[in-house]
Design a protein around this ligand. Structure first.
Ligand code: FAD
Length: 279
């Protein structure tokens, strides 16, 4: 789509060259959503795709995924030493966008978009990730401001996040220990090519034995809770749905989506308990 209101495009290869925020600025990464519809409020595009961040960096303590890491880079990474990473290809294939977008669409774009049908934030919540958020310096020579927030606190509604004016996601930091978890993702959608109507990620921690459920897709934004083995799972899902707004749209009403969450949670937990489970 032609964005007829755009007056300037900035595409630095060095993060330090990002301009101070002005009203009408919009960050673009892969552009798979941004260029798919009119952006009447945007006057200047700030393209983050050329910044030379390492797509996926590993250290003894954590795995750091750059915001401009594409789905293709995330899929192609060798996750064999980090078993929970096998969930990324599963999550990517649960998007309704075509594989043709995988070389462009980015992790940061999916997070920043904050759709209820977003796939990255629920995965990162299940992995106890934190997001590194940056606001560029307001004047040349002044420092940029950086903060770290938990993935669980980032999204606050459909297309709503805690990002302030000019703030962008630089990186996603995941503790290495989280990659030892066993994860199972279960989703429901109208068709194989539709976006999710409801989604559940069950995770088992090998050290503590704790099991968590992350519910998404059916809710306006994702939520995670630790399973209480003494309470039926359906009742625990219902308790979450009583406090976290459910979504109602052409893909299904609230009661339908709540039922899907219960079913998917039960399925995911059964799969997690199976000896040869796969994400
Ligand atoms: C046919 C089709 C199907 C799709 N299906 C799905 C789906 O099932 N689920 C889903 O969630 N999305 C879907 N999308 C939307 C989109 O393609 C994906 O969410 C994709 O991951 C966005 O990444 P991008 O890099 O292309 O983002 P962009 O289009 O570049 O940006 C998306 C938004 O995020 C902001 N942004 C980009 N980078 C950052 C950053 N680093 N920090 C903060 N904000 C940032 C932009 O300003 C913009 O508001 C679909 C799009 C199309 C066209």
């Amino acid at each position: 789509m032609d964005l007829i209101h755009i007056e300037a495009v900035v595409r630095p290869s060095d993060e330090g060259d990002l301009p101070a925020y002005s009203a009408g600025d919009a960050y673009v990464s892969g552009g798979t959503w941004l260029f798919s519809e009119d952006q009447p409020a945007a006057r200047r595009l700030i393209d983050l795709s050329a910044i030379a961040w390492t797509p996926i960096a590993t250290s003894p303590d954590e795995i750091v995924i750059a915001a401009n890491c594409t789905y293709r880079q995330l899929e192609a990474f060798d996750w064999s030493a980090l078993p929970a990473g096998r969930i990324f290809p599963v999550a990517i294939r649960s998007l309704s966008s075509s594989f043709k977008t995988y070389g462009l669409a980015t992790v940061g774009g999916n997070i920043g978009l904050a759709f209820a049908k977003g796939m990255m934030t629920p995965v990162f919540i299940a992995l106890d990730a934190s997001y590194e958020l940056v606001t560029p310096a307001s004047a040349p020579g002044a420092p940029a401001s950086v903060r770290l927030v938990s993935a669980a606190a980032f999204q606050t509604g459909v297309r709503q996040t805690i990002l302030g004016p000019g703030e962008y996601v630089r990186a996603i930091r995941v503790p290495r220990t989280a990659f030892a978890r066993r994860l199972v993702l279960r989703r429901a959608a109208h068709q194989a090519s539709s976006h999710v109507t409801a989604m559940v990620i069950a995770a088992a921690d090998p050290v503590s034995g704790a099991v968590t459920l992350t519910l998404s897709g059916a809710l306006t934004y994702p939520v995670k809770f630790t399973l209480d083995p003494a309470t039926p799972v359906a009742a625990q899902v219902d308790a979450v749905c009583a406090v976290r707004p459910l979504l109602a749209d052409s893909h299904g009403g609230e009661a339908y989506r709540q039922t899907l969450l219960r079913e998917l949670a039960t399925e995911a937990l059964a799969a997690l308990a199976a000896p040869d489970h796969a994400a």
